[in-house]
Design a protein around this ligand. Structure first.
Ligand code: NAG
Ligand code: NAG
Ligand code: NAG
Ligand code: NAG
Length: 256
């Protein structure tokens, strides 16, 4: 073998189809209009009989299969009616057109592991990513529960979430930007029809706090592993009479 044929050989070995990027969101809100799972690959002339397959969890049957050369697509029962079949990726190359899954209105039951597999006679490649689908709170409230002469109680509740949420109550001193976790008194996590409700109560003693004229109690609810995080606040003004101390102002509702 001379040097030239050796380098040719190397070239042949490295040109099999390869996945360059898999884009599957880590988390998506239930009922979002749509989500696109994309699988970018490159191929060469040696990639005869190219086939693109998507798998769900550990299922052996693909949920989607596309053979560009034959212009043939097969969709499993799981995705029937849930895919936008007219979606094409933005590329002039007909061997990329139908590689992506355009999932319409993702719901909780399609959360899981998605694997893209691309294969040809020359080789194959695959990548996977887990996609969580979460249900945001249907109801979320923070209220003052009890006021004795020196103790202030608050309770926070969020209803109808999935998967299991987390909750916390914080005391914020706006002047100094200091934060403290509130003393917890009781916490419930209930499951009704597969959805979680979470409830937390806490209290603080006004006498234990530094001299300040405004205290904010913040309740935060989040779902681990997702971008979901919402919060609400109640402001208290120390030194006022109890009847107008608890006032809910600017409840902040953020979810991204
Ligand atoms: C695919 O892309 C990779 C990285 O950009 C490159 O190294 C490889 O040669 C490409 N393969 C083909 C078949 O184009
Ligand atoms: C999920 O979204 C669908 C609408 O796409 C809605 O009908 C369903 O009630 C939602 N489920 C939850 C648990 O929020
Ligand atoms: C399906 O995809 C096409 C092309 O991207 C788009 O124009 C159309 O609005 C989508 N249909 C639905 C129902 O989302
Ligand atoms: C949640 O569970 C607690 C404790 O078991 C119970 O007291 C409460 O009523 C339940 N709440 C709902 C909404 O089911």
């Amino acid at each position: 073998l001379n040097v030239l044929t050796l380098s040719n050989l190397c070239l042949i070995v490295t040109v099999a189809v390869r996945i360059l990027r898999l884009s599957v969101p880590h988390s998506v809100e239930n009922g979002t209009d749509h989500v696109i799972l994309d699988c970018e690959y490159n191929y060469s002339v040696s990639d005869l009989r190219l086939v693109v397959k998507w798998f769900y969890n550990e299922n052996l049957e693909p949920i989607y299969q596309w053979i560009p050369k034959l212009n043939a697509r097969h969709i499993s029962e799981m995705l029937l009616g849930r895919l936008n079949l007219s979606y094409k990726v933005n590329s002039p190359d007909p061997y990329f057109q139908y590689r992506a899954l355009y999932l319409l209105r993702p719901t909780l039951d399609i959360a899981g592991k998605y694997t893209c597999q691309v294969m040809s006679l020359a080789g194959h490649d695959q990548r996977h990513q887990v996609m969580m689908v979460y249900a945001p709170a249907k109801r979320f409230s923070l209220s003052q529960t009890e006021v004795s002469s020196s103790d202030v109680g608050v309770s926070c509740e969020a209803v109808g979430l999935y998967p299991r949420p987390e909750i916390s109550l914080k005391l914020i001193f706006p002047q100094t930007s200091k934060q403290l976790l509130l003393q917890e008194s009781k916490k419930y996590v209930n499951i009704t029809r597969s959805l979680y409700s979470i409830w937390l109560s806490g209290w603080f003693r006004e006498d234990d706090l530094p001299e300040t004229n405004k205290i904010v109690v913040e309740c935060e609810v989040s779902i681990p592993g997702t971008d979901y995080k919402v919060s609400k606040e109640i402001s208290f003004y120390t030194g006022l009479t109890t009847s107008n101390r608890g006032e809910e102002i600017n409840p902040t509702f953020t979810s991204s």
